[in-house]
Every structure is written in structure tokens, then in C-alpha cells.
Ligand binder design. Sequence first.
Ligand SMILES: [Ca+2]
Ligand SMILES: [Ca+2]
Ligand SMILES: [Ca+2]
Length: 377
Amino acid sequence: MKKYVSLLLLVPMLSFAQDVEKAYRSKEKEEYHNDWVNNYKPWEPMDINEIQAYKNPFFEVKEMKKYTPYKGSEEHQKYYHKSLTSKFKASPELASKVDNKQIVKYEKKGLMEAIVYKRYEYPFANEASIDVAYSNNGGESWTFYYTGITHGQPLCLKSRSKTPLFNEQGDLQLEACLLRQISQPTRGYPLDYELVKDGLLLTIDLESLRKDSDGDGMTDIVETWYMTDSYDIDTDGDGITEDLDMNPRRSGLRSDKTAIFEHLINYEFTDTLLTIAPDVCYTSETTRTVMIVTDNADIYAVQPKSNRIIMLSAEEYENMRKYYQPMRKMNVSPLFKVDEEEESYLVSIADDSGIWEFVVKKIDDGWKMDVVAIGIF
Ligand SMILES: [Ca+2]
Ligand SMILES: [Ca+2]
Ligand SMILES: [Ca+2]
């Protein structure tokens, strides 16, 4: 149970004010941090053979004979399409979802139009997701799809290529190459890469792009990203379908400690936490998605209010993080018992903007919560 993943947690917490630490000593917390330090593995690049053997789970990637050679650092170039300006004016939805300076490819073929574009999932994301805006009525209405591809490692798409975006079948094709990430991720900074294999053609067939095997409103590609079951409309079996579930991967019985985690992930840092179950909330078009890696069963039954929470076990996270996943992460610590005090715990939460540490003490109808430290990144 000690193998909680805590990526951002440790380092900032060490700088907390000494007097606070003295006031609330916790052997459990010290052991947890020592364990983290002892098990810390520095970042290293992926095995080059693994990148060479890359196969996209949804789309065909094949070698080309004649291709546009890769040019260093083109993965970070921005492309502006002047011809799209009128489309953006005509469709507020298009303008709100697509950044006109992050277009990878745009093409019009008869009534079909497609924009392949880079989308940054959140402000501090290292790399962009590749998405597609597609219209089959001459740009009157658009549908937006996530391709499951992160621009960079391993696939880099070439904006400069002359290969037409639409192939003869009306599917999308893009010149690509395989890159290996050679710099350590730093918050909000683009990564450095080296070329592993050039001259590839990626075919994004529209059928695979749209496929929703279980018909729950989320494509198989999106479900792979969220690690939900693409053949089950309700992965966690709580009666709320995947597309509406704010906590789609986990369900469980509420414990009295669930309320603590609920308040933390909803950023409700109030004095008194009542242990009553809150109203059920559902996702909307604008709901942000946040990943939490935890093996702590007390958190499973939380009802998030504003963020969709994708909860992974430490083992699941280890297995999936081979390639950079553009998802906001939130670090929630376990409850560390305060030494020589009954029902009193230290707990912290960290996200892209900072870290908050609290002491929570059991009271008659819930918990009393006090901030002990705040660190802003
Ligand atoms: Ca689905
Ligand atoms: Ca599903
Ligand atoms: Ca569910």
C-alpha cells in the first residue's frame, strides 16, 4: 500500500515551514516520503527499438517510397491557414474549438472538408493532442474527433508535406515519422526529440475515428484515453453511463473519509466537512478531465462536481504511461495519521498551480479541516 504515485507531491512539500511540521508530526508521512525518495526513478528516454516497433492501435501506419524528409524541430512549428479565416467567422463552434495557428493540415474536396489540428488539453501540457474537425456539407456544420495521437513521441505529423489530405476512399492520410523524446518533461515546455524512422504514411480512416462500439456516446479512441471499457456503457457499474459519469472508472461504498477527498478534489477548502453524500453531478461539453493515481479505496466513491476524474491504480498508471498522455493530473496524498492524536490526519492535494496541505480532525458530524501549508508553483 506504500506505492502511491506522487509525482509532484514530495519536492514542494519539503520546503514547507518548519513550525508547521513540528506542530503536526506524522511518522506515516515521513515513511511515505522516505519510501518515495528511495523508489524514485529519474526520467530516461524510451528504448529506441520499442519506438521502431510502434503500431497505432486504431490506424494504419505504413512506409512510403517517396516522402518529404523530416526537418529538425518541425514538430513545434505553427501553421496558420488564411483560407480558413472565413470558415472560422461562419462557425463560432469551429472558432471556439480550433486554434487557427495550430493547423496541421486542411483540405476541401467537393463537399468534404477536414482540418487536422493540434489541441493543447490544458495550459501546462507539454504536447498537443491531434484532433480532426470534419464536415461533409461544405463547412455548414462540423464534427470534432480525438485521434488518440499525441504530436511528438512517437508520431510526428508533417505539415509541410504535399501529400493530399483526402485519399481516394475519402479517408485522411498524413505523412509522418517516428520520433524519440530526449528531454525530460518540464511543466509547460515543449519537449526535444530525435528522429527514429522517417517516411511513414498515417491513414486516419473515418470509420475507426467515429467508432463507438458500445454506443455510450464516447468513441473507442476516447475510451482508450480515459481507460474505460469500450464494450461496456457503464465501466464502474454505478448506473451512470460513461458519457455522463464524473467518476467513470471507480465506484464503491462511501466511508466517513470519502468526504475529505471529495472536498479536496472539488477544491472546497471549508472549515467543517459534513460526511453526507452530495448530489450527483453529470459531465457537460465543457467538463475538464483530471487523472488521479491512487490505491486508496476511501476515494473511490467520491462525487466530483466540476472535473471528470479518471482514477487509476498505481499499477494501471505504470502500464499506460509509456507515451505522454495529455491529461491534467491531480495528486492526492493518503491520510497520514498525526502522531499521538486520535482521528487526526495530514492530507495534501497538488495540481498544476500549487499544493495545499491540511490537517483534518474528526468531529461529531464530520471533519474539521485546517490549512497547514500552501505552495504555489
Ligand atoms: Ca463508447
Ligand atoms: Ca464504454
Ligand atoms: Ca458509470
